[in-house]
Design a protein around this ligand. Structure first.
Ligand SMILES: Nc1nc2c(c(=O)[nH]1)N[C@H]1C(S)=C(S)[C@@H](COP(=O)(O)O)O[C@H]1N2
Ligand SMILES: [Mo]
Length: 404
């Protein structure tokens, strides 16, 4: 599976603590290999950004059982703390902690299925897209009785004993309990692409927060606390990120060769995520240059003269039966029409798809190609906010030469 390796990549992945990253709106580098194209990324081809030494998915047999990370040994505690009043906590101590079969039983009547791209707040490339299945978090909280004095939900995954390795996240009670009709609920996922959620992706059970960046989607879920503390406790907040950020509408460029021959039309590919504000279009700007300069500064006059050209977006599959696992019909998936079985918009909200810049046959010379997404409010990247704390949103650029 693709791993992030360089120090810079680790910093960008938030693994290096409070990384000092310039607040520039242009990203000139490739941060990670492009995701596997296609609607579903195989579980083992997601880009992996897990913390932990060792990472939980490398634990050998006995250690894995002690960590409660096998389907039989997995247990989830749901408790009250910080002044919350929780009448029926689910604890390891009295044997009431939730097990996998009880959770999956809930799924028989409460199941959620949807397609979502996993996107890190500070890595430019999306990590992968899956068909996720599970149970709303609100239904799990209700198992603890009529609780009161609760303002936030804190949750943790398995981690080793070193406090530096704790990865934690949180939501307000309202975000968990009152899902707007146009939105997906926060949920506990136990299946990915029609199969049990593998350890590598946070199995047996992880949290999945549809609208959020990856840092809210805690893997190897072990413990949930209802608390009367009103403050977000997110690990990512401590590293100078906005813990309430939402997925951005943004286009990402694949890598390109250094040179192209001038006798074959040039096609450049990329990926686009439809974030909170939806997607109107993707467009590219081909700029001839005399030399490969440094990234354009935000106030460079060249931006004013840019000619942006609309890119065709990869269509949604015409027959979903060939794309989905055999036992899943598209009519069951959030965001799909219940009768036609087609997605109501494409790419789906919080999902991604590919696009193509048809550059044609430019004359020999040096070029820079930039791509950006325009959201449904008409904002083009890096707007509506070029603010790194809420997620990378820069205009990517690739440089190449056409040889005569
Ligand atoms: N327990 C735990 N959960 C975690 C993390 C982690 O390090 N530990 N990393 C988070 C971050 S920052 C991201 S971007 C996503 C990545 O999910 P993936 O590995 O399935 O692609 O997992 C999130 N959940
Ligand atoms: Mo992340």
């Amino acid at each position: 599976m693709p791993k992030l390796q360089s120090r810079r990549e680790l910093l960008r992945a938030g693994l290096g603590g409070a990384a000092a990253i310039a607040n520039t709106s242009e990203i000139a580098t490739i941060d990670a290999p492009p995701p596997v194209r296609g609607v579903l990324t195989p579980a083992d081809r997601f880009i992996d950004v897990s913390r932990g030494t060792p990472v939980p998915h490398s634990l050998p047999g006995e250690a894995l059982i002690n960590a409660r990370l096998t389907p039989d040994t997995w247990r989830l505690e749901v408790v009250g703390e910080g002044g919350a009043n929780v009448p029926k906590p689910l604890t390891l101590q009295d044997g009431s902690a939730l097990d996998l079969s009880t959770l999956m039983n809930l799924g028989k009547t409460r199941s959620v299925k949807f397609l979502k791209a996993v996107q890190c707040l500070n890595i430019a490339q999306p990590l992968g897209q899956g068909l996720w299945e599970g149970v709303p978090l609100r239904d799990v909280l209700l198992l603890t009785g009529t609780f009161s004095s609760v303002r936030r939900i804190y949750y943790w995954g398995f981690h080793n004993d070193d406090p530096k390795q704790i990865f934690q996240s949180s939501l307000s009670l309202t975000q968990v309990m009152e899902t707007p009709p146009w939105e997906l609920p926060a949920f506990l996922a136990y299946r990915l692409n029609g199969k049990p959620l593998p350890l590598e992706r946070g199995g047996p059970v992880r949290i999945l927060i549809p609208w959020a960046h990856g840092f809210k989607s805690i893997k190897w879920l072990h413990r949930i606390a209802l608390t009367n503390d009103y403050r977000a406790n997110d690990t990512y907040a401590e590293a100078n990120n906005d813990p309430e950020s939402h997925l951005k509408t943004a286009a990402y460029l694949d890598s390109v060769p250094n040179t192209f021959p001038n006798n074959k039309p040039i096609l450049i590919r990329g990926t686009v995520i439809s974030g909170l504000s939806g997607l109107k279009r993707v467009e590219y700007w081909l700029r001839r240059v005399s030399a490969f300069d440094k990234p354009l500064s935000d106030n460079d006059p060249a931006w004013e003269t840019a000619k942006w050209i609309k890119c065709p977006i990869d269509a949604s599959p015409s027959d979903w039966r060939h794309t989905l696992p055999p036992d899943v019909r598209s009519t069951e998936i959030w965001g799909f029409d219940k009768i036609t079985g087609n997605p109501k918009e494409w790419p789906l909200r919080y999902g991604m798809t590919g696009w193509t810049a048809n550059v044609g046959l430019p004359p020999p010379g040096k070029y820079e190609l930039r791509a950006r997404a325009v959201d449904l409010n008409g904002f083009a990247q890096p707007e509506p906010r070029a603010n790194r704390q809420t997620g990378l949103n820069g205009v990517e650029v690739r440089q190449f030469e056409v040889i005569g």
